[in-house]
Design a protein around this ligand. Structure first.
Ligand SMILES: [Zn+2]
Ligand SMILES: [Zn+2]
Length: 284
């Protein structure tokens, strides 16, 4: 199985619009491991469309507890369980992810209890272990090494960029963050940097369309990065490829891939991918 990154959901923010892309989730297949990074709405559908057997669910990482990154965590695991998942799954996430998972199981108690008795399934609550992490080393297991860096995503304080390494290969996810220079050191020399991005000219139209204008604009500017800034991080880090992801806006018909490319080319001349749902990036 060749190593690959699949961008399952590529938009920033939880809202859905007809014909538009879906919230944040990615699949990283590296060193024989299947790693899901973030579980925005649509992650289960995205995995199945990418040809992944849900029974093979293995490691799940959540960067932070905003709904566009965690809303489908429980439903993904539950659906994998009904698809025959019989091996342990580990969920790594910020403080609070255990609470989130336990409350999900509580909300599904009727269904879970009945399937254990009626269908002889293992107890889903015992199949899943939750590991809450902070900044620093997260896990080292069978050649896979994962490290976290706290990034700048106010008002959320527990939001973490993640670096995955296996052998000589490395992939870094920025998570949601304003321009954050320490990310360049953290991503140094990575094969792929998946960085969130906003497009300046699209923000005003997005704000006008959504209502609640001033507050939304304020949040976006304080907590997210422009495409040009993602390019600067990639350049300073000397990564091999930059993938722009968590795109804001992601479903504005007047904004095309070429606009994203123009913006990021002001600061980044290396290999570039603009994410869209289902896009596969091979890890050479
Ligand atoms: Zn987000
Ligand atoms: Zn967020």
């Amino acid at each position: 199985m060749p190593d690959r990154l699949v961008l399952l959901g590529s938009k920033g923010g939880p809202a859905l619009r007809p014909g538009g892309p879906w919230p944040s989730s990615s699949l990283l297949e590296i060193g024989g491991r299947s790693i899901v990074v973030d579980c925005g709405l649509g992650v289960t559908r995205g995995l199945v469309d990418a040809g992944v057997s849900l029974k093979a669910l293995d490691l799940i990482f959540i960067t932070h507890l905003h709904s566009d990154h965690v809303l489908e965590l429980g439903p993904l695991i539950h659906t994998a369980w009904t698809a025959g998942l019989a091996r342990p799954v580990t969920v790594f996430g910020p403080p609070g992810v255990g609470h989130h998972w336990r409350r999900f199981c509580q909300s599904m108690e009727f269904d879970i209890e009945i399937r254990i008795v009626d269908e002889g399934r293992p107890d889903i609550r015992e199949l899943v272990s939750v590991d809450e992490f902070g900044e620093g080393p997260v896990v080292e297991q069978r050649g896979l090494k994962v490290t976290a860096l706290r990034v700048d995503h106010p008002p959320v304080t527990d939001c973490f960029a993640l670096r995955f390494e296996h052998g000589a290969k490395s992939v870094v996810f920025s998570a949601d963050t304003a321009f954050f220079p320490p990310l360049a050191d953290f991503a140094e020399g990575a094969d792929i940097l998946v960085h969130e991005a906003m497009l300046e000219e699209g923000i005003e139209r997005l704000v006008a369309r959504t209502g609640n204008g001033a507050r939304l604009r304020e949040h976006l500017l304080a907590s997210h990065s422009f495409a040009e800034e993602a390019g600067r991080i990639a350049g300073d880090a000397g990564v091999k490829r930059l993938v722009l992801n968590h795109l804001i806006p992601a479903d504005d018909a007047e904004i095309r891939e070429a606009d994203w490319i123009d913006a990021v080319r002001k600061t980044w001349i290396g290999d570039l991918t603009i994410a869209r749902d289902g896009l596969v990036v091979e890890l050479a």
